[in-house]
Design a protein around this ligand. Structure first.
Ligand code: ATP
Ligand code: MG
Length: 455
């Protein structure tokens, strides 16, 4: 859970907020308790003094109706009292009201508060002592007044309930604001993630540091540094392959007519077989250098898709199949072409058609037709070449698009054709699918290109 920065930040903000709220509630409870004690004790003093005075004046008689009425109006709590005369003699009231543990001797001329339980109820008791002289009772007289604590508890509960309500509202509102704030604060990270994800795999240009917050510019700087080194490395490798292929092309091209000439001049069968092998190998090298150069071209256009032009797939197939038929007049081609305009690079699309036809010819059944279809499906432009040959086993359909991967070594080839096709299709933001031909026989290679808008 804490692997998300969003959750971490929220946890660091909300958990302390919850602790602070709990501390606030506890301190409010303690303060309210103290305040209620102060207020209600003052009231109890007034009541106790009044009762004590009455008891003194009446020398222990029962309280008058007027005084009882006054007490009822002043408090909702139950009030109990007792008066103890000199030498601890009981004068009037409830004899069982508990007395302080320290005894009543210490209470002279003092107000003394304590908590106790009386008649199974919690009570707050006040003891007031007064000196009586010149009457029947001579000496210290102590009045105990016990009051139930319902009013105090109700006061504390109401303040506490109000505070809890406010704290809950505050925590909820603060949490929502924090969630929104943290999400908003992390937006630049999400934008950076999206911009890296949307990149073409071949795009090694530096990431834009423009509006990024200071905290992530360091990361972007490091990424850009890595991209720069990767880019330098890749272009070095590409240049090496390109140069090697270029250097090879001319001598290999020169080799082919010479092997032809040597084949014609061969005097014995043995010589003809030997030169024939040289010729096949020379053709293989020629094809390999051609494919290597095509591969570097395909990689180069991957980033230049903004400069694509409108081309019609049907027209491109028509043009190309006429060249193909000149080379292989016996080939049986079935064309099902619907106008399929798309945005792309013409040379590269020709290369795709060339490779797919070459494969269909090499690996297809020569007695059966090769079908080429072009059509539009929803927002996609489809080019499809199918044959009725040996087919590509399902498990190898991904593998055959890797560079230099070949299923059979019977025919000439370098294993780069489908890798080039895939590279070009991806450079056009499309997908390459390899499936079975009609009736589950042979191979059907389908290139799906999106109809890119010109930009
Ligand atoms: P290159 O095209 O570079 O001259 P290649 O034809 O061997 O060489 P790819 O076009 O990449 O290379 O094809 C890779 C392998 O996939 C082939 O060697 C072949 O085994 C298999 N393959 C390709 N197309 C077909 C097909 N239409 N039917 C059956 N197998 C195929
Ligand atoms: Mg091929």
């Amino acid at each position: 859970m804490f692997r998300s920065i969003h959750t971490r930040l929220l946890a660091w903000l909300v958990i302390p907020l919850l602790f602070m709220s709990a501390a606030h509630l506890i301190s409010t409870y303690i303060n309210t308790h103290k305040t209620s004690e102060r207020i209600f004790d003052k009231l109890l003093v007034t009541l106790a003094l009044t009762i004590s005075e009455h008891a003194l004046a009446s020398e222990g008689d029962l309280l008058t109706e007027d005084l009882l009425e006054l007490i009822r109006v002043t408090t909702n709590d139950n009030l109990y009292y007792k008066v103890i005369g000199p030498n601890g003699s009981f004068v009037t009231g409830y004899n069982t009201i508990p007395e302080p543990q320290s005894g009543i001797q210490e209470l002279e001329e003092h107000l003394y508060f304590y908590d106790a339980v009386f008649l199974d109820q919690k009570v707050r008791v006040i003891a007031v002592s007064s000196l009586i002289e010149g009457r029947d009772l001579d000496g210290w007289m102590t009045t105990f007044v016990a009051q139930t604590i319902n009013d105090r508890n109700a006061y504390i509960d109401s303040i506490l309930a109000d505070t809890i309500f406010r704290v809950i509202i505050l925590v909820v509102v603060a949490s929502v604001l924090l969630y929104v704030g943290v999400s908003f604060g992390l937006q630049p990270l999400k934008q950076l993630q999206a911009s890296v994800q949307q990149r073409h795999p071949k795009d090694l240009s530096p990431l834009d540091q423009g509006n990024l917050p200071r905290e992530i510019t360091g990361l972007v700087f490091a990424l850009n540094h890595l991209l720069q080194r990767l880019s330098a490395n890749t272009s070095l490798t590409k240049r090496f392959v390109e140069n090697a292929a270029h250097q090879l092309r001319t001598p290999v091209a020169a080799l082919l007519p010479q092997t032809d000439m040597a084949l014609r001049r061969a005097e014995s069968e043995r010589e003809r077989v030997a030169v024939g092998k040289i010729k096949r190998n020379a053709e293989n090298i020629a094809r390999l250098t051609h494919q290597l150069l095509n591969l570097t071209t395909a990689e180069a256009i991957a980033l230049g898709y903004q400069h694509f032009k409108t081309i019609d797939l049907a027209e491109a197939v028509k043009k190309h199949t006429s060249i193909f038929l000149e080379l292989y007049p016996n080939a049986d081609l079935k064309l099902e072409l619907q106008p399929t305009p798309m945005q792309g690079d013409e040379l590269c699309i020709n290369e795709v058609i060339d490779n797919l036809l070459d494969n269909a010819r090499k690996y297809g059944d020569s007695s059966q037709a090769i079908t080429v279809r072009t059509f539009q499906q929803d927002t996609q432009c489809i080019l499809e070449v199918s044959d009725q040959g040996c087919g590509v086993p399902e498990a190898c359909r991904e593998k055959v698009t890797e560079r230099f991967y070949r299923l059979s070594h019977d025919s000439t080839g370098s294993g780069l054709g489908l890798a080039i096709v895939k590279e070009i299709v991806q450079a056009h933001r499309g997908q390459l699918e390899i499936g079975s031909g009609p009736d589950g026989l042979g191979t059907c290679v389908r290139c799906r290109f999106p109809i890119l808008s010109e930009s």
